[in-house]
Ligand binder design. Sequence first.
Ligand code: SF4
Ligand code: F3S
Ligand code: FES
Length: 261
Amino acid sequence: MASHSSGPTVSVAGKKHRFNVWRGDKEHGELVDYELTLSEGMVVLDAIHAIQATQAPELACRWNCKAGKCGSCSAEINGRPRLMCMTRMDQVIDEGATTVKPMKTFPLIKDLVTDVSFNYRMAKRIPAFAPKPKDERGEWKIYQYEVDRVQEFRKCIECFLCQNTCHVLRDHQEVGFAGPRWLVRAANLEMHPMDQADRIEVIKEDMGIGYCNINKCCTEVCPEGITITDNAIIPLKERVVDRAYDPLMAFWRSVTGTENK
Ligand code: SF4
Ligand code: F3S
Ligand code: FES
């Protein structure tokens, strides 16, 4: 379910609305109350910018594109992990004062800005694309169904809302689970028809795929509508199980001397 704004807009122009915005740093912080008069077509990021412009010039938030494509403006809006730039005020105005908090899973830097460097460390664990040799005509032959299988994984904008939502990362980062975004990345590479690297051991040991109990919360919040659990994580779990525990696959590998990528 993509949470990008959709459906007909309802006019919010001229309406007064309250916002409770998290202000503070890693030592202390609190929700601060602001009131704004909304303008037509406003999204939550516009409201944050209006608060910055008129009431709190030092309010920190991260954003770049205001188009749902850079993945920078992730926050928790009325308790739901969402992109601020893709959450229209008419979608939340009936819920009372709008609460805007930083992502909870990552260490707070200031106000709505968190330190997401955990993700870059996890990214480094994944072996890079390792292309197969081209054919005698110097080409790669890829079938459309092979493109279709990985296409959705390439839509990831690295907003880290799935990482923020996953209860394993939220409560047990110390176990070493890489998280759904990086399992999407690993699936993208593992299912790439022209890739020949073998990442199964890395996915099992270094990325800790076994910690995922497929509760699908990550899929629910993905603004790109990527079917993270069903299309990326479960197929990777199946490959890990095949490798580790399937006696037929082990026999096949011993006969053919191949890995079952
Ligand atoms: Fe964001 Fe979806 Fe990518 Fe996760 S998989 S980082 S929710 S776009
Ligand atoms: Fe976490 Fe998604 Fe698995 S929320 S537990 S990675 S299905
Ligand atoms: Fe780029 Fe929101 S500002 S996704």
